[in-house]
Ligand binder design. Sequence first.
Ligand code: IPM
Ligand code: MN
Length: 351
Amino acid sequence: MKLEIALLAGDGIGPEVIEQAVKVANAVAAKFDHNITWNSALTGAAAIDAVGEPYPDETHEVCLKADAVLFGAIGHPKFDNDPSAKVRPEQGLLKMRQKLGLFANVRPTFTFPSLIDKSPLKRERIEGTDLVFLRELTGGIYFGKRGREDNGNTAYDTCTYTRAEIQRLAKKGFEMAMSRSKNLCCVDKANVLESSRLWRETVQDMEKDYPEVTVSYEFVDAVAMRLVQWPNDYDVLITENLFGDILTDEASVISGSMGLMPSASLGEKTSLYEPIHGSYPQAAGKDIANPLATVLSAAMLFDDKGLKDEAAAIRKVVNKSLAEGVVTEDLAEGGKSYKTSEVGDWLASNL
Ligand code: IPM
Ligand code: MN
């Protein structure tokens, strides 16, 4: 297969972890006889510094014509500490999601047998945990009407959803449930919010089209609690943008390391793959960041292109590196640790 992939390394550790994912993907391509072309483009603080804009039009063009986008991370402390900054790296992320129509953010949480004791949760609670959130990504309070009134002394952000937006996200959720355990949980706050009541009504209407799927409806506060008490009760969860932002950070901790969880953002035309972790500026340039979440994001990319054996090969070699202790310092527990680039090299040559 010929694949053209847009490569958006971004800020902080983004370039380093992306480089390892490229090594591994190229090794997969060589082994399975595929042809990958990588097209790099600017995003985030790096793009602001270069052209004054965190998601430049040229970058958008590169993404639009690609078969998929592989993304590192964006964000830089010099913007976080400056509330008056006119442009911020995060605006680039939101613009990119909106312009590429990346409406469904797929964020899995699973455990690795060799790392189970690194989780802050007890082994018996999380053994076998394998769940996936589908977070709506281009609507809700992130993109609703916002502003100030009363001479700046009152502020508001609004959460708006259309039935169509809910349906297209829920459809992905039902389909994913069909391919897994056929259990779907719709997370909302329908006891308080009108937008949540529309979510619930819409998903209820769709149940008849998927008679094999068992749907549960739970309030977001209860899910926040049960997720860390009984993560194995969940399989596929669908939810709106802000609830999903919060719950997926919570869920990512279950696995024991933020450095391990991949994600996909599915769009109507192209889709984007990125690690869940952020730009981790303290580690930037030090060759110490864990590249596995990005490598596993590349596996999700292959999976979505129907290249299941290729994705499985990546997961297998990642598991092997963990089992054999070829890990970056965050996972080394004082034992021997490897550099980011060494882990990438090892994965590529052991594939
Ligand atoms: C995420 C991040 C972003 C979000 C920020 C950086 C805008 O937290 O991808 O979850 O809130 O969506
Ligand atoms: Mn977040």
